[in-house]
Design a protein. Structure first.
Lengths: 95, 136
């Protein structure tokens, strides 16, 4: 892994169009500003992993499940509560 | 083009029905092309990977699950949405065989641009859920 030291206000550049600026440093928290082309999705690592896991779980369904899904749906058995979410108030998006 | 699928056997599908996912999906980063396969009845469809026979997801319009998203312009930008009517959303669905419980993946809706047939998975941070998602 490449490790670079940067001060607040300094930046690194990845390729020719991505700039990562250290905007603030706290005891164990760093705020980063990212300038990148608008078409590149950017994720917090833990959210990316969470979505990975969710996608893996969703990919295991077969044709038989589809039948049951339809039955469940027609009988109103939907859980749209966010019960898969772990509360994590510190990771909210900050502009 | 003949698309191999583990669930439905080989399917002969025109390439202009394919949807390009430039970044794949988290966990399926190498799956760059998908196709939507309708199910006989009901609002559910299969999102089948063109190049990985075993990769397929059950998807449906979010409204079917009572989910209403507002997609901010910067989240539409990755697939180059120019007009509102080109933006389509689908959510992945999980199913628990033991309980019969159906669960939409609220945090990672799929966004599509009907004009250029591109798609990607938007991932909402905790703080963004109340801002961009209305469920009823």
């Amino acid at each position: 892994m490449l490790i670079l030291s940067r001060k607040v206000g300094e930046a690194i550049r990845i390729g020719d169009d991505i700039e990562v600026v250290v905007s603030a440093v706290d005891k164990n928290k760093v705020k980063l500003g990212i300038n990148s082309p608008r078409h590149i999705p950017i994720y917090r690592e833990e959210l990316y992993r969470k979505i990975q896991q969710e996608n893996q779980a969703a990919s295991g369904l077969g044709e038989e499940d589809m039948k049951h899904i339809l039955e469940s749906f027609l009988s109103g058995w939907i859980n749209s509560a966010h019960d898969d979410e772990e509360p994590n108030p510190t990771s909210g998006a900050e502009e | 083009m003949e698309v191999q699928t583990s669930r439905f056997g080989p399917l002969d599908l025109p390439e202009n029905t394919f949807i390009e996912f430039p970044w794949g999906l988290p966990g399926f980063e190498t799956s760059k092309r998908f196709v939507l396969l309708g199910h006989r009845e009901g609002p559910f469809q299969w999102l089948q990977a063109v190049d990985q026979p075993e990769v397929a997801f059950v998807v449906c319009p979010p409204e079917v699950m009572g989910l209403h998203y507002t997609v901010p312009p910067d989240k539409q930008a990755p697939i180059g949405i120019q007009q509102d009517q080109d933006l389509l959303l689908l959510v992945l669905v999980s199913f628990d065989r033991a309980t019969g419980n159906l669960r939409p993946h609220v945090r990672g809706p799929l966004l599509f641009n009907a004009a250029n047939r591109k798609g990607y998975q938007w991932s909402l941070e905790n703080g963004e859920l109340p801002k961009y998602l209305c469920s009823k």
